[in-house]
Design a protein around this ligand. Structure first.
Ligand code: NAD
Length: 260
């Protein structure tokens, strides 16, 4: 793969001011793509992130604030970007709680941000991709898009939904030069994982190290966290010519979790 294989392509990565989204934005910029990074905030730090990526990779990088819990914001993100060749639906949140106590507002927020946002951005981005005869939709699902864990009802339901949406997108886009696939990460040590450690400690009555070892990485036969750089490399691969016939499928980057 050439270092600048994505020169001339414009990418939007939702939820990319931290964690996996930022790792994917970095990898796409390193491969030569113009990148739009996003979150719901609009701080100096957000815009500084864009400036830093642009300076280090010599590509145009913009930060566009848009709240992925709001359908109009999702569509406006694509419009304000001027459309895109590569759409990475990555924004996501988590809440860990047993079903009888699961707060309705958390269910609604997780379904909106983790699943429905991908529908709205995809709907806005596909016409331009069809016109161009080239496009890549990369949905960041999860091992929880293929398997389940207790206490994560909304997240598991939303991520299974993302995998389903990925398949439908692929079928509708087939033959138009546009592919759609889902990356299914296992545990990656980002803020979303850090933030659920206290809840897991409470739910399981365990200390931090025991939660990491026995609740999180016990599912991951490699015994190691996956990394944001690995997610970035996988996204760049899905955007490459080698992946032109890979569509409607999932790529697990989970240390063997879903092989169990
Ligand atoms: P993270 O918390 O670092 O990143 C989440 C990103 O989403 C942040 O940039 C945040 O600002 C953004 N976001 C949250 N709410 C938003 C909203 N309303 N509008 C716009 N942006 C919003 O966590 P992460 O681990 O990098 O998660 C990224 C994606 O990867 C998520 O979809 C997550 O479900 C998925 N994932 C993560 C792991 C893991 O172990 N970290 C595993 C599997 C899947």
């Amino acid at each position: 793969m050439g270092a600048q294989q994505l020169t001339g392509r414009r990418a939007i990565v939702t939820g990319s001011n931290s964690g996996i989204g930022l790792g994917i934005a970095e990898a796409l910029a390193a491969a030569g793509a113009e990148v739009v990074i996003n979150s719901f905030t609009d701080s100096d730090e957000d815009h500084a992130l864009a400036a830093d990526l642009a300076a280090r990779h010599g590509v145009a990088v913009r930060y566009i604030a848009a709240d992925m819990s709001k359908p109009d914001d999702c569509r406006a993100l694509v419009e304000r970007a001027g459309g895109c060749d590569i759409l990475v639906n990555n924004a996501g949140i988590q809440h860990v709680c047993a079903i009888p106590d699961f707060p309705t507002e958390k269910w609604d927020a997780i379904v909106a941000i983790n699943m429905s946002s991908a529908f709205h951005t995809t709907a806005a981005a596909l016409p331009g991709m069809y016109d161009a005869g080239w496009g890549r939709v990369v949905n960041v699902a999860s091992a929880h898009g293929l398997t389940a864990s207790p206490y994560k009802a909304a997240y598991v339901a939303a991520k299974h939904g993302v995998v389903g949406l990925t398949k439908v997108t692929a079928l509708e886009a087939a033959g138009k030069g546009v592919t759609a696939n889902a990356i299914c990460p296992g545990y990656v040590l980002t803020p979303i994982v850090e933030n659920q450690i206290p809840d897991q400690m409470k739910t399981h009555g365990m200390d931090r190290e025991t939660v990491i070892r026995e609740v999180m990485l016990s599912r991951q036969p490699s015994g190691e966290f996956a990394t944001v750089e690995q997610m970035g490399g996988t996204a760049v691969f899905l955007c490459s010519d080698a992946a032109a016939q890979i569509t409607g499928t999932t790529i697990s980057v989970d240390g063997g979790w879903t092989a169990l």
